[in-house]
Write a protein that binds this ligand. Structure first.
Ligand code: HEC
Length: 175
């Protein structure tokens, strides 16, 4: 009995340590034919392999930003939103990094509106000026998210959390 048991264990161990490929049972179930993400698909509702999300879908962890484009909406965001991100050293460092990547091309490292894109692109007002200082955090969040006149939206490049961190950094430039 004991010998039989050890023989079984030995076989199992030997099976694990083998480097020779094993036989596959029903290989078509393992290697099924996959559709390409962007190829048409005869099976799905909308005929696409990567189906459109159902209307009103919110990505997991995402917070909807219920503000349209334009100055009225920017003012409303300024009244209603507060910066939810705590101002820590780490948040400031991250804000500085994101500012360096996405904002300095136009606004310059100090926010003076003298980035390398200027004067090929219209010169933005200084972020240290009276006007920019008086903007509430929520309005700056709206400007980054939806854009303002010549400045485009950065919603697809910068996550909401990083936008709030950039705002902490802009405030630190102003002080
Ligand atoms: C392609 C150039 C460009 C980039 C990149 C850019 N901006 Fe701007 N920004 C502008 C221009 C031009 C204006 C002036 C828009 C207007 O005429 O209302 C502006 C305006 C602003 C204002 C309003 C200032 C005021 O006094 O009214 C803020 C705040 C601002 N930008 C922040 C940012 C931040 C933060 C980033 C990075 C996430 C950024 N911008 C990226 C060009 C840019």
């Amino acid at each position: 009995m004991r010998i039989a048991a050890s023989a079984i264990v030995l076989c199992l161990v030997a099976a694990c340590s083998s480097t020779k490929p094993r036989y596959e049972y029903a290989p078509n179930m393992v290697d099924s034919l996959a559709y390409e993400s962007f190829s048409p698909n005869p099976v799905t509702r909308d005929g696409k392999t990567m189906m459109a999300p159902a209307p009103g879908t919110i990505a997991r962890g995402a917070k909807p930003f219920r503000y349209g484009v334009g100055p009225g909406e920017a003012l409303r965001a300024g009244r209603e939103l507060v910066n939810p991100v705590e101002k820590t050293e780490a948040a400031l460092a991250r804000g500085q990094k994101v500012f360096g990547i996405f904002c300095t091309p136009c606004h310059g490292t100090r926010g003076l509106g003298d980035g390398p894109m200027i004067p090929s692109f219209s010169k933005p007002p200084s972020l240290l000026g009276e006007e920019a200082r008086s903007l509430p955090d929520g309005q700056i969040f709206h400007i980054i998210s939806r854009g303002q006149n010549k400045m485009g939206s950065h919603a697809t490049q910068i996550t909401p959390e990083d936008r709030w961190k950039v705002i902490h950094f802009v405030r630190s430039l102003q002080n």
